[in-house]
Write a protein of this length. Structure first.
Length: 106
């Protein structure tokens, strides 16, 4: 039912591909080039964005591990990869190691 809802979401919100909005919600905002404080933090940390990102990753994990069929799980993982999930994860890990972002890696 969730996969059907995600497909319907794509149509209603005129996304080019399924999961486009979900992956874009995981992306970190660009750092402010005029911020000379040296804090290295993103403004989105204060408004619960990391909690939302964590919940989105839980959803991605559940979707890719849910199907009984190995072939279906592989297809979903490839679809998420094409949408840019791998890059989002690499940037998140980089953020964690450089700026002490509150990213939890299990």
């Amino acid at each position: 039912m969730v996969m059907a809802a995600m497909s319907d979401y794509r149509i209603v919100f005129e996304e080019s591909f399924r999961f486009e909005g979900l992956i874009s919600s995981l992306r970190l905002p660009e750092a402010d080039p005029n911020d000379f404080t040296g804090s290295g933090t993103h403004s989105s940390e204060d408004d619960g964005a990391w909690d939302a990102r964590t919940s989105s990753m839980v959803l991605v994990n559940a979707l890719t591990n849910g199907p009984e069929s190995l072939e279906e799980r592989i297809l979903l993982r490839e679809e998420f990869s094409r949408r840019g999930l791998n890059e989002v994860i690499v940037v998140g890990v980089s953020c964690f190691s450089q700026f002490n972002c509150p990213l939890t890696i299990c």
